[in-house]
Design a protein around this ligand. Sequence first.
Ligand SMILES: Cc1cc2nc3c(=O)[nH]c(=O)nc-3n(C[C@H](O)[C@H](O)[C@H](O)COP(=O)(O)OP(=O)(O)OC[C@H]3O[C@@H](n4cnc5c(N)ncnc54)[C@H](O)[C@@H]3O)c2cc1C
Length: 427
Amino acid sequence: MRISPFSAYQTEQPELHFTPKKDETHLYDVVILGGGFTGISAALELAEAGSDVAVIEAYGIGNGGSGRNGGHLLPDWPSSFHHIAKYLSSEEADLAWDIGMSTVDLALSRMKRYEIKCDLQMGYVHAAYHKGHEADLHDMQETYDKRGHGGLTFLPDEDAIREHVGTSTYHSALHEAGAGHIQPLKYLQGLARAAEKAGADIYQNTIVTKIDPATASVTTKNGQVFKGRQLLLCGNAYLQNVAPTKMRRTLAQVTSSVLATAPLSHNLAKLILPQNDAVADGNAALNYYRLDAQNRMIFGGRASYMIPDNPAIVGRDLRKRMLSVFPELSEAEIAHIWSGRIGITTSRIPEFGSLSAKCHFVQGFSGHGVALSGMAGKILAQNALGDGTTFETMAKVGHIPFPGGPLRTPVLALGMAYYKLRDRLKI
Ligand SMILES: Cc1cc2nc3c(=O)[nH]c(=O)nc-3n(C[C@H](O)[C@H](O)[C@H](O)COP(=O)(O)OP(=O)(O)OC[C@H]3O[C@@H](n4cnc5c(N)ncnc54)[C@H](O)[C@@H]3O)c2cc1C
């Protein structure tokens, strides 16, 4: 089975078409680079507040991580809250905590408000392979409890786990009622339509080759110049060399891959995921999976610093990972395999920052952006509209550049190999 350049979602859903009402000669209030969850969310907020907005997207809406992810819809920040709290006063930390915990609520409220049908299912299992992972789950539960956030149930043994996941692989787990899964491209396209309806101009197939933070403008491959009073950079891991050095130093790109099986029988689906939860394990190069609305297993994992990842081994490796959890899927046909780019920071906390008074960015959702990037886009929009409280708070969180200089990729790969070894040794 070959890796497809498109996700299963992209091959099944027609691309959207948009007709911008203005063109690049117009001075927009805000130009947004990137048509993923972050950029579209910012555009929606801004357009609804009456701003004149242009979204510039290199390909079709959903070509980036937002249209090719696992669809796991999780609240909270991607890594321990202490990486945020240590930079903030206690009031600021409270604000950051509330922001993290309201990301799923924002997504749910938008699904309802814009009537976006995206196969939403609530219920999530954080699985531990061993006592080391279990300690992380206890930490998570303690932090939630301390801050008065409920919804977590500890699953101490195989019997308790089997009510949610039909496997004997895990040592223990934590069930989260306030998280779940969606078909992400349906959600993104719904948001993009809502942004267009609110007045945003969306330019697809428009590749930006140059960014000028001082004048809040971008130049495209075809020589068009889009200018705004403000510029928001929402290209995340796909921005690559177009990103100014300040952004590149603190972001590493990782390839994550996903497979979709052919639809499983109702009985098999009920056996492996009886309550239709989504599941992720605690490994550094984690496995994450769920059943979609057609009962296909959508199984993701395999983090790699190779862009693109090695096509010869991606499918084999993903299948092996899936069978290690569910040997009963050995006969399941692998219908689709695809990859995408994840932007990670050293702390795994997204970076909010500015390149000039007119140019702001967020990047590095570290594989945890389906709900969070929507909130990040909203925060960028609020800042552009003059309420910088949350943006400025999040911009206080420090980010250490990745080591390595010219040897950056080999150094990062070495780091990842170390964490994969730890996963294998179960420490
Ligand atoms: C395989 C995979 C699985 C994942 N699974 C999950 C999951 O299950 N749950 C979860 O919470 N998170 C997951 N993530 C992460 C999540 O998808 C991302 O954090 C989120 O989509 C980031 O949204 P974004 O809008 O910031 O970036 P993107 O969606 O990547 O959007 C950036 C956009 O910018 C555009 N762009 C970049 N450069 C240019 C340019 N020069 N000119 C014009 N346009 C440009 C790109 O084409 C792209 O469309 C996964 C990611 C991947 C890749």
